[in-house]
Design a binder for this molecule. Structure first.
Ligand SMILES: Nc1ncnc2c1ncn2[C@@H]1O[C@H](COP(=O)(O)OP(=O)(O)OP(=O)(O)O)[C@@H](O)[C@H]1O
Ligand SMILES: [Mg+2]
Length: 251
């Protein structure tokens, strides 16, 4: 490993494994992510993508193996301690409260960050929450609808709200698990533009089935199959990789 790689390496897993009963959902995965990437993870249903990122975010613990973030072993850390380090998984904030306003939803996320994961009503004073909340809303383009009920937003805007809630947690690495699922084509375009804009300040780890989105956004693609890493490369290399075509694209 060169010195440059050591400096830019954000995340590394070594022999990371997860077994559910007798099923090896993730098998000895050595995964590396450099700062500033938009990394896409693709692979067939059940390949182990969500299980892998769940172990990275701390939502579930591994059966064996290690997770290092900025060179530090975080394998034993709880999810909210990882949030404090900058690891944010959209699953952690995925359920918006439809009867609260857009602003209140993001404020709850900001408060949760400041209160280290504690759930509850909004209790922190406005002057503490307003700045991070308004910034997150502005980043996703929802500043004008802050007072609307979240449930009244079109689905694509609810997805943007989820991203705003994740941003309120101040991620250094943002893990998005199938963010375009269920979106209309124009909503996918808007979300893709947002992800690209965010990637200037945040490293993105994106699980995505939509190959057009993957090829458009990813700086590098990792292919999973049967719990392991099948291939890794540029979008072009992956698109033309014979094993990938066989396993994933069904060609
Ligand atoms: N909590 C769990 N208990 C038991 N088995 C699980 C659990 N979570 C995942 N699995 C199994 O582990 C394997 C990998 O699942 P995982 O959700 O990681 O796949 P995935 O690549 O995210 O798939 P998809 O593209 O469908 O989201 C699957 O066989 C799945 O059924
Ligand atoms: Mg999944």
């Amino acid at each position: 490993m060169g010195e440059v790689a050591a400096v830019t390496r954000l995340l590394e897993t070594t022999a990371l494994s997860k077994t559910f009963g007798g099923l090896e959902a993730v098998r000895r995965v050595d995964f590396r992510l450099e700062r500033g990437e938009i990394r896409a993870i693709i692979g067939p249903n059940g390949a182990g993508k969500t299980t892998l990122v769940s172990m990275i975010s701390g939502r579930i613990g591994p059966t064996s193996g290690r997770v290092l973030f900025k060179g530090r072993d975080i394998t034993g850390l709880k999810a909210w301690d990882r949030v404090a380090l900058g690891i944010v998984y959209t699953f952690q904030v995925t359920s918006i409260f439809k009867n609260l306003t857009v602003y209140e939803n993001v404020a709850l996320a900001a408060q949760r960050r400041l209160m280290k994961g504690a759930l509850g009503r909004l209790t922190l004073p406005q002057h503490i929450l307003a700045e991070p909340v308004n910034r997150a809303l502005a980043q996703v383009g929802l500043a004008d609808v802050g007072e609307q009920d979240a449930g009244s937003l079109p689905y694509g805007h609810q997805k943007l709200l989820e991203v705003a809630m994740a941003l309120a947690l101040r991620p250094e690495m943002l893990i998005l698990d199938e963010p375009t699922q269920g979106l209309a084509p124009e909503e996918i375009t808007a979300l893709s533009l947002l992800i690209r804009a965010l990637s200037r300040g945040v490293t993105i780890l994106l699980i995505e089935h939509n190959m057009a989105v993957v090829l458009d956004l990813a700086t590098k693609v990792t292919v999973m199959d049967k719990g392991g890493l099948l291939a890794e490369g540029t979008p072009y290399e992956i698109e033309t990789h014979p094993d990938v075509q066989k396993v994933y694209l069904g060609l």
